[in-house]
Design a protein around this ligand. Structure first.
Ligand SMILES: [Fe+2]
Length: 511
C-alpha cells in the first residue's frame, strides 16, 4: 500500500514538472488527489467523505430498525461498549444504507454480486455524529445478505474519534471501509449522479420543449440551464454507460440497467427539494449552523444556494403571474407539462406533482435549476480528487468478499491489495481515468455566476429576468465568501470544500 502511495506521489510530482515546461500538457495526476494525504485511509477522512465527498447526499439518520439490528449484533459479538453508545446516542446515529442493491437488481440474498471477475457489495455503514461534529464510523456490514444474521458485520475497534490506535494496520476494518466505498461508487455514479441529475433533468428538458412555447416565462427562465445536457446524455447512453461504466462494476449489463431503473422509479421529486431532503435525512435546515453540523458543508452550502435560487425564481414568477394561484392554474402549458413528465408514454416520473399554485410553480422551477447547476456540480466535480487514487474508492473488488467474521478478522495487507485491480491494468486505469475525465474543469463562461452577471446586463434578456438577475448576481458574489467560510470551519483543513463556489458551479449539466 505504501508503494501505491509513493507511486501516486511520484506521478503527481512528475505531472507538475511536465506542465512547467509545457503548460498545455496535463494529465489525471496534475491536480491533487486524496492519496497525497498521509491520513487518506483514516476513519476521519472516511467519515468526512460522507459529508463533503463525491456523494454527500445519502447519509441519513438511522431508523430504530437499524439501531436494533446493530444492537443485536453487538450482543452476539459482546461489544457492550457499542451497545451503551447506541442506547445513549440513538438520536445521533447515521447510516449509509446500500442494502437495497441486491433486491434492486433481482438477486437473492444468497447470490454474489459478480460480473467478469469483479465483485460488488451492498454494505451498510453505521456512524456516530459526535457532539463536536465528527462523523465517526462505528460498524460496517460488508455485504448485506437480506438480514444481519446472514451477513458479516464488523465493529470499529475505535469507539470514538479520540481513541488512539494504529489505523494504518487495521486491515480488516480498512477492507470493510473499502466495501462501503465500492457500494457507494455504484450508488453515487449510477443513481445520485447519472439518474438523479442527468436523466431527471433530461425529462424536464424534453417535456418543456413539448409543452411550452419558446417565449413562455418558464421556458425562458430554465432554458439557460439546459446547455449541452441532451447531447451529453445521448453520448452517455450510447457509449459511456454500455462500453465503460458497465465494465467497471460487479454488475452485469442487465443488472446495471435494473439498478438504474429502480433509482429512477424511486426518485422523489418533491422529497428532493433541499429543505425536504435534508429534514428527511435528519439534518433540519434551521439547525445547520449549530456546531454539531459544522462539518456538513454540502448541506450548509446547498441549503443556501436553494434559497438564493428560489428568491430569484420568486421575483420573476411573481411578476409574471400577478393573478397568483388562479393564473397558474389557468396556464394550460403547465398542466400539459406536468402530464408529459408523468405520462407512461413520456417522462414516466410518477412522483412528479401537480403544479396548481404559484408557490408550487416557484418550487418546481427552483428544483430544475438546483438539479442542473449546484446539485450536479456537487456530485460531479470532486470525482478526480477522491477516485483517481484508486485505493480510496474502487468501483469493484477483485477478490471474493469474506463469508465470515473470522475470515475477515484474519485479513492482512495482502488481502486488501488482492481486492484491488493491481493485476488488471485496464480496470485500474478506468477507475482512475473516468473520474478525471468527468471532473473536467468548468470554463469561466459556463458558471452560474457568469450567467447571473451577463443576464443582469444583457439587453436581449427579458426585463423581469434581467432585474432579478441583478440581485442574483450580488447574492452569488456574497455567497463565495460563505463557501470559503464554511470550508474554513471544517475540522478537516487538508481538503477545502469549495465545489459550490458560484464562480466554479456549472450553469448546466455539461459533463
Ligand atoms: Fe455529470
Amino acid at each position: 500500500m505504501q508503494a501505491l502511495e509513493v507511486h501516486n506521489f511520484r506521478l503527481h510530482t512528475e505531472s507538475r514538472k511536465r506542465s512547467q515546461t509545457n503548460p498545455s500538457v496535463r494529465d489525471m495526476y496534475f491536480s491533487k488527489n486524496i492519496g497525497l494525504r498521509r491520513d487518506w485511509y483514516t476513519d476521519a477522512a472516511f467519515g468526512q467523505q460522507q459529508f463533503t465527498g463525491t456523494n454527500p447526499t445519502t447519509i441519513t439518520l438511522a431508523s430504530r430498525r437499524w439501531i436494533d439490528e446493530f444492537m443485536s449484533v453487538c450482543s452476539v459479538q459482546k461489544r457492550a461498549d457499542v451497545t451503551k453508545l447506541l442506547t445513549e446516542r440513538a438520536e445521533s446515529l447515521y447510516i449509509q444504507d446500500y442494502s437495497d442493491i441486491r433486491p434492486s437488481i433481482g438477486l437473492s440474498p444468497g447470490d454474489k454480486i459478480f460480473s467478469e471477475g469483479r465483485y460488488g457489495c451492498s454494505s451498510v455503514a453505521l456512524f456516530h455524529l459526535e457532539p463536536e461534529g465528527k462523523l465517526h464510523p462505528l460498524a460496517i456490514v460488508l455485504d448485506h445478505r437480506g438480514s444481519m444474521q446472514q451477513s458479516v458485520t464488523i465493529f470499529n475497534r475505535r469507539i470514538t474519534s479520540d481513541v488512539n490506535g494504529d489505523e494504518y494496520v487495521d486491515w480488516p476494518w480498512r477492507y470493510a471501509k473499502t466495501c462501503v466505498q465500492v457500494s457507494d461508487w455504484l450508488r453515487h455514479e449510477v443513481a445520485i449522479h447519472l439518474v438523479n441529475t442527468h436523466l431527471v433533468e433530461e425529462v424536464i428538458i424534453v417535456a418543456a420543449y413539448r409543452s411550452f412555447g419558446p417565449n413562455h416565462i418558464v421556458f425562458r427562465l430554465l432554458e439557460p440551464h439546459w446547455n449541452t445536457t441532451l447531447s451529453l446524455n445521448k453520448a452517455a447512453r450510447e457509449t459511456l454507460v454500455p462500453s465503460i461504466i458497465i465494465g467497471m462494476t460487479g454488475l452485469t449489463a442487465a443488472q446495471t440497467y435494473a439498478f438504474l431503473m429502480a433509482a429512477y422509479d424511486r426518485f422523489d421529486w418533491k422529497g428532493s427539494y433541499v429543505p425536504n431532503d435534508l429534514r428527511k435525512r435528519g439534518f433540519p435546515v434551521e439547525h445547520l449552523d449549530e456546531p454539531k453540523y459544522h462539518n456538513y458543508a454540502y448541506a450548509r452550502n446547498i441549503s443556501r444556494t436553494w434559497n438564493i435560487i428560489r428568491k430569484f425564481v420568486t421575483t420573476v414568477l411573481s411578476k409574471e403571474y400577478p393573478g397568483g394561484d388562479a393564473e397558474v392554474l389557468g396556464d394550460m402549458s403547465i398542466g400539459i407539462f406536468c402530464d408529459e413528465v408523468r405520462s407512461s408514454k413520456g417522462g414516466q416520473l410518477t412522483s412528479f406533482p401537480e403544479i396548481e399554485t404559484l408557490d408550487e410553480l416557484i418550487d418546481f422551477a427552483t428544483m430544475c435549476i438546483h438539479v442542473a447547476a449546484p446539485q450536479h456540480t456537487a456530485v460531479n466535480y470532486l470525482q478526480q480528487y477522491y477516485q483517481t487514487f484508486v485505493p480510496n474508492k474502487p468501483s469493484a473488488l477483485h477478490f471474493s468478499i469474506p463469508e465470515s467474521l473470522s475470515e475477515l478478522c484474519s485479513f492482512t495487507e495482502e488481502d486488501l491489495l488482492s481486492a484491488l485491480p493491481l493485476q488488471r491494468p485496464r480496470d485500474w486505469l478506468l477507475m482512475a481515468q473516468v473520474p478525471y475525465l468527468l471532473s473536467f474543469e468548468v470554463p469561466e463562461e459556463s458558471t452560474i455566476l457568469h450567467y447571473a452577471e451577463t443576464t443582469s446586463s444583457s439587453r436581449a434578456t427579458l426585463e423581469v429576468i434581467r432585474s432579478a438577475a441583478q440581485v442574483l448576481t450580488s447574492e452569488l458574489r456574497a455567497f463565495i465568501d460563505t463557501v470559503s467560510q464554511n470550508s474554513r470551519e471544517l475540522d478537516d483543513q487538508q481538503t477545502p470544500y469549495l465545489v459550490l463556489d458560484p464562480s466554479r458551479t456549472a450553469i448546466s449539466i455539461l459533463i
